[in-house]
Design a protein around this ligand. Structure first.
Ligand SMILES: [Mn+2]
Length: 437
């Protein structure tokens, strides 16, 4: 799976965008502690991994276009027979060069001492200030150490540039290689969702569906869930990030599942909502049809003529009109939108970028304006309606209904490509397959 040329190509593209005489300093993520001396399974920093492919902790990449520097230097943990027996293999400095394409590699223990030499007579430092504060201190100290070398005629860097404006624009526009992984993440996620639809029965616990989905993610070659799987039955569906997943699914409940696999550092993200017993009630179906109409039309709007905002505004309009028709909300629609009274039923945005992070990086603005979609972007489209169970202004049969429908859309020059289209959402199709396994 690991293809060094993919990463060397990314590094070339990255380096070509730096100002002359610059150095980029990119640490990977620290290890996160779970409990006492037990840590979470390690996940590298997304940006660090995007440029290096290196997945071990305690590593720093230095990319430079300074003539006297190597283009790509990696600091990594040393080989250590004893530690490798306990915690797994290490590439070491030889592996950093041979397998990961570093021009030069050192052990991480030498980083502090060597860092100032990478900053001498350099114009700009590219870095993410604020992301890892302990690392910021090391970098600031090194910068200061270089300032003190003025007697030797050495200049210190003048500017620190936020790495994000280059890195995140790169990550926002997916390459054909990125899309292979993205498509697979979407496919596995779609299959897992359908598995849950077919398996669901009233009387099951939410956690059983969670386990089914997460089992499928891992068994399909994914690392596991890219974010905590949401299995929300009944009124739990009105809690946007409900991850407790401990309650019994009752006859007559809707089940809202929002889940995504992390596959080779790419995330799927799909939400489906369906009746546990295989049949929508009249009110559930009425609200479902509104959300589905908004979702289908918004998916179609993912073209280079539109922006995140125009898509969101359309979702709001369709759903407000629908809720007024159902007498769940009071009209007129223009006033409900103007006064934002709809926000008690729809309080989130309609989409987010998707990729290496599930809520992926990349600016939604360009030249001071909301930017239009561009080919290579991947966005979710996920309108929803959540009717509070205690809202006495709403007819009782509608209270506690929460519905969200989410797909992952790749923007192409010819229009939207729905990467999760295979995941059922047509209400007739849902009723056909629910509980069929
Ligand atoms: Mn999402």
């Amino acid at each position: 799976m690991f293809d060094p040329s993919l990463f060397s190509d990314r590094r070339k593209r990255f380096l070509s965008q730096l100002e002359p005489n610059s150095v980029a300093i990119i640490p990977t993520a620290p290890i996160a502690n779970y409990s006492r001396d037990t840590d979470y399974r390690y996940r590298p920093d997304s940006d660090f991994h995007y440029l290096t492919g290196f997945r071990e902790p305690e590593a720093v990449a230095i990319l430079s276009n300074v003539e006297s520097h190597k283009a790509f230097t990696l600091f990594v943990r040393p080989r250590d027979k004893d530690k490798e027996i306990w915690n797994g293999r290490r590439a070491g400095i030889a592996g950093a060069v041979d397998s990961y394409g570093a021009d030069e590699a050192f052990v991480i223990g030498d980083f502090k001492e060597k860092l100032p030499s990478y900053l001498e007579n350099v114009e700009s430092i590219y870095h993410f200030p604020g992301k890892y504060l302990n690392f910021d201190r090391k970098l600031s100290k090194a910068w200061n150490a270089v300032r003190m070398k003025w007697r030797q005629g050495i200049d210190a860097p003048k500017v620190m540039v936020d790495l994000g404006h280059i890195m995140h624009e790169m990550r926002l526009i997916k390459t054909p290689e990125d899309l292979i992984l993205q498509r697979n993440a979407c496919k596995i996620t779609a299959e897992a969702q359908e598995l849950a639809m077919r398996a669901v029965r009233p009387g099951m616990n939410e956690r059983e569906l969670e386990a089914l989905i997460n089992h499928y993610f891992r068994a399909s070659g994914g690392l596991g869930e890219g974010f905590p799987t949401i299995v929300a039955s009944g009124v739990n569906s009105c809690i946007l990030h409900y991850i407790t997943n401990e309650e019994t699914i009752e006859d007559g409940d809707l089940v809202l599942i929002d889940a995504g696999v992390e596959y080779e550092m790419h995330n799927g993200d799909i939400t489906r909502t369906f009746p546990a017993n295989g049949k929508f009630s009249q009110e559930q179906r009425a609200v479902y049809d509104i959300v589905l109409k908004a979702q289908l039309e918004c998916c179609d709007m993912c073209t280079t003529d539109n922006t995140m905002d125009t898509v969101h505004d359309h979702a709001v309009k369709v759903m407000v009109d629908g809720l007024i028709d159902l007498k769940v909300m009071e009209g007129p629609a223009d006033k409900a939108i103007e006064d934002e009274t709809y926000k008690k039923f729809y309080m989130h945005k309609t989409g987010h970028w998707l990729g290496v992070d599930v809520h992926d990086v990349g600016s939604q603005r360009k030249d001071g304006k909301t930017r239009k979609f561009e080919p290579g972007m991947v966005t979710t489209v996920e309108p929803g309606i959540y009717i509070p169970e205690d809202d006495e202004s709403v007819p009782i049969a509608f209270r506690g209904i929460g519905i969200r429908i989410e797909d992952d859309i790749h923007i192409t020059p010819d229009g939207p490509e729905n990467l999760t289209d295979s995941c059922p959402k047509d209400p007739g199709k849902l009723e056909e397959i629910i509980g069929s396994d």
